[in-house]
Design a binder for this molecule. Structure first.
Ligand code: PMP
Length: 400
């Protein structure tokens, strides 16, 4: 694929650091080379075992990279031989840098709203037009995507001034906030449309390992024969969110460019974090990792079931929802409530129950939205039950 048409002028202007080039030279040179080039402080002066956590600018700890590549092969087996991986400070950094690389003011970007609030917060200031592709309980609707794309002709998307969308963003499993997961059939149809209109797909999949039902639908990455999928993964939901460790998998030419963006911001993800995770994954081995994931799935499935049980008990008359098959969110429509912003902001605290009003996930947050997002990750079954009792009272009072 020719990636030049996807890259913003700002990103194209990012150049590799000359010092980084020297660092690579140092690594490949004989020991007799005396380098006065580097600008790093002397690690011997640091009060901890810094030598072991010293990594070169923007490069990951090789052992961690090996583990991640093994995971990606095991779970996605990307068919495109140009596929590479880079480490990021949480998947959030990855998504942000990818948008920075691909989205220019005035661009049309496709996504299904409601969507992850931070994605909206990243995209909106970039001055792009966010185009909503309808979704239902099985995720993005391919027919709706086809309809949106019919405004453009596939044969004209490569014209220099074409306004055809170049980027489609999706959260394919346990969507935040809707909890919805996309079926394999839908993914295949969306991928084919991306091919037809030569678009890149950003697959933001932090809840991949929290899928409750097997078999898991193949990822977009695993279908990507062309090299048009940029996938972001996260250790936040499976090891610890405070680690701030994620990774991007996608075509090497684009990942090399993402690293130029990283180089001028975080330089690289904390070596300490990388080393910790790398050692943990090595000590677990594949079996240990899989066992850990099975434990997580069992935990979150139980939490989901507890929340669904309480929803059935308290909210049947006042709300509607679908059972999520992945992730940690229940997306609840409150009957007779035109907009949940006011209800949550003004009345929920009085009743001592907190949820996120749906408007926070809409392209236009001032548009009325009758949904709320409830998370089943940290509250106990008893707390969820009491929370839904309070929510049902709140809704009943507001309906009067
Ligand atoms: N994408 C989605 C859909 C999320 O829900 C989150 C976390 N809330 C992120 C990305 C960011 O995760 P991380 O902690 O890996 O930066």
């Amino acid at each position: 694929m020719n990636y030049a048409r996807f890259v913003t002028a700002m990103s194209a202007a990012r150049k590799p650091s000359f010092i980084r080039t020297l660092t690579v030279l140092e690594e490949c040179s004989p020991l007799s080379l005396i380098s006065l080039a580097g600008g790093c402080p002397n690690p011997d002066t640091f009060p901890f075992l810094s030598a072991s956590i010293q990594v070169k600018m923007a490069s990951p700890i090789p052992e961690l990279l090996t583990c991640i590549k093994r995971l990606q092969k095991r779970f996605h087996n990307p068919p495109n031989p140009q596929t590479d991986v880079c480490v990021t400070t949480g998947s959030q950094e990855g998504i942000c840098k990818v948008f920075e690389m691909l989205v220019s003011p005035g661009d049309n970007v496709l996504l299904s709203a409601p969507t992850y609030g931070s994605t909206l917060n990243m995209l909106q200031p970039l001055g792009c037009n966010l185009i909503n592709v309808s979704s239902d309980e099985h995720g993005m609707v391919p027919e709706a995507l086809r309809e949106v794309l019919s405004r453009w002709s596939p044969s004209e998307v490569h014209k220099p001034n074409s306004s055809a969308p170049k980027v489609l963003y999706t959260i394919p499993n346990g969507d935040n906030p809707t909890g919805v997961s996309m079926t394999e059939q839908r993914k295949r149809e969306v991928y084919e449309l991306a091919r037809l209109y030569d678009m890149l797909i950003i697959e933001d999949d932090p809840y991949y390992f929290l899928q409750f039902d097997k078999p898991w639908a193949p990822s977009f990455l695993s279908m990507d024969v062309d090299g048009r999928v940029i996938r972001t993964d996260s250790f936040s939901k499976i090891l610890s969110s405070g680690l701030r460790l994620g990774f991007i998998t996608g075509p090497k030419p684009l990942l090399d460019r993402v690293l130029l963006h990283v180089e001028v911001s975080t330089i690289h993800t904390s070596s300490f974090t990388q080393l910790m995770v790398s050692q943990l994954l090595h000590s677990w081995g594949e079996q240990g990792f899989l066992q850990h994931i099975e434990g997580l799935i069992a935990f979150y499935r139980k939490q989901r079931d507890a929340m669904l049980g309480s929803a059935d008990k308290w909210l049947k008359d006042v709300a509607e929802w679908h059972s999520p098959s992945a992730g940690m969110f229940l997306w609840i429509k409150l009957k007779g409530i035109r907009d949940t912003q006011q209800l949550i902001r003004e009345k929920a605290l009085e009743k001592e129950v907190l949820l996120v009003p749906g408007g926070e996930f809409m392209i236009n947050s001032s548009e009325p939205c009758s949904f709320v997002r409830a998370s089943f990750s940290v509250s106990s079954p008893e707390q969820m039950d009491e929370a839904f009792r309070r929510l049902s009272l709140l809704v009943k009072e507001a309906q009067c």
